[in-house]
Design a binder for this molecule. Structure first.
Ligand SMILES: Nc1nc2c(ncn2[C@@H]2O[C@H](COP(=O)(O)OP(=O)(O)OP(=O)(O)O)[C@@H](O)[C@H]2O)c(=O)[nH]1
Ligand SMILES: [Mg+2]
Length: 368
């Protein structure tokens, strides 16, 4: 029999090993073949019950795919999450794409505050890309979720690909599959063909979508960065790091030696400087708590999993300790908790940002 692949995640369909990628019960396979729509059991569960089955995906497979991109003559669409640019960077991508054109797509435009101008974000993305050694031929902003700028994206891809294949690449959870679903829906009317979810590592292998002229658009699995918050959270807490709506920034006037807890996921200390406003950009559901820095350690130990949640009591078992990162900031700077959000500091100020061990904290030129 010819190899079959799950149209939801790209894994090769098999009926033998229950805990391996692509497993499909024989009866489901036969049913799927009748309608020409074969989904594996993992996709079935994700699509109908929003339940994840863990399967192992190796970084090797991801590297192999990047080499394949380098060896082909194609347009590369690099999707990044504008809410988490640092977490979206694929190390070494400029080297892998070699001579191929790159179109940079900043997805999840819907969660940026409306007051932010698209042109400014595009310019900001271009500068950040250049810092990473990437020279995209163009930058677009989309919302795959709200179907925003999808027509524009399709037109731009058509112009740039010049009859070549298109590889859609990016780290996990930036919305590659949601974006391709939006493209498919725009062109054919079919909805949600590819499986998407808030869990990292949804797409398991390359998925081929044929185009009119015999070339393909490829969805690809995203690498999972260990320094992203998503790596350390399970089901419920993941909601807080994948905002679905426009973020409402909250400004806190802080005196030195005051602390903000970001639920139980992080902590921000204003160490020294003049009293000033700090603007927090996080999922609207994440509760921020202000306390005195003195005693904040004990406050955290007492309340994490309760008042300071997520993580909840159950998730707390495997949740890493918070680690402190100190910065002296002279001008307007974003302090980014990788994959969670950021706090804009006006400066000058000395601050400390605490994140779970392994999760990166970086500073960058303020986006807003
Ligand atoms: N707010 C918002 N969320 C989005 C958007 N696009 C995707 N998402 C959400 O982001 C999460 C990840 O989406 P996917 O399309 O599965 O991401 P992916 O890049 O294919 O991830 P992998 O397959 O793991 O590499 C899901 O919860 C989506 O609903 C968007 O435009 N706006
Ligand atoms: Mg995907």
């Amino acid at each position: 029999m010819e190899a079959l692949f799950c149209i939801g995640c790209g894994a090769q369909i098999q009926t033998q090993e229950k805990d391996q990628a692509g497993y499909t019960p024989q009866s489901a396979l036969e049913k799927g073949l009748e309608t020409n729509e074969v989904y594996c059991q993992r996709c079935f569960r994700l699509r109908h019950y929003n339940e994840i089955t863990d399967v192992h995906i190796s970084d090797d497979a991801f590297l192999k795919l990047l080499h394949e991109v380098g060896d082909s003559h194609a347009l590369v669409v690099n999707v990044v999450d504008i809410f988490d640019f640092n977490g979206s960077v694929i190390p070494g991508l400029p080297r892998f794409v070699s001579g191929n054109d790159v179109l940079l797509v900043g997805n999840k435009a819907d969660i940026l505050p409306k007051s932010v101008k698209a042109a400014k974000v595009k310019q900001w993305l271009k500068e950040r890309a250049h810092e990473e050694g990437l020279r995209p031929v163009d930058v677009l902003l989309t919302s795959a979720q709200n179907h925003y700028a999808i027509k524009e994206l399709i037109e731009r891809i058509e112009e740039l690909r010049k009859s070549r294949d298109v590889y859609v690449v990016g780290v996990t959870n930036v919305g590659k599959s949601t974006l391709i679903n939006a493209i498919i829906r725009e062109i054919t009317g079919n909805k949600d063909v590819i499986t998407t979810s808030r869990f990292p590592g949804t797409t398991l292998d390359k998925i081929e979508i044929p185009l009119d002229d015999g070339s393909y658009i490829f969805d690809t699995p995203g690498i999972i960065h260990r320094h992203q918050m998503a790596h350390y959270l399970s089901g419920k807490a993941l909601k807080y790091i994948s905002p679905k709506k426009e973020i409402k920034p909250k400004t806190y006037q802080l005196n030195p030696e005051q602390t903000l807890f970001l639920g139980g996921l992080g902590r921000f200390d204003f160490i020294s400087g003049e009293k000033q406003g700090f603007t927090a950009y996080f999922d609207n559901n994440l509760q921020l708590h202000r306390t005195k820095s003195r005693g904040a350690d004990a406050f955290y130990d007492k309340h994490v999993g309760g008042l300071l949640t997520p993580p909840d009591k159950k998730e707390l078992e495997d949740f890493p300790q918070l680690v402190k990162h100190e910065f002296t900031l002279k001008e307007k700077t974003d302090v980014v908790f990788s994959g969670l959000g950021w706090i804009r500091v006006k400066g000058p100020a000395r601050i400390a940002a605490w994140a779970p061990q392994g999760v990166a904290v970086v500073t960058r030129k303020a986006l807003i």
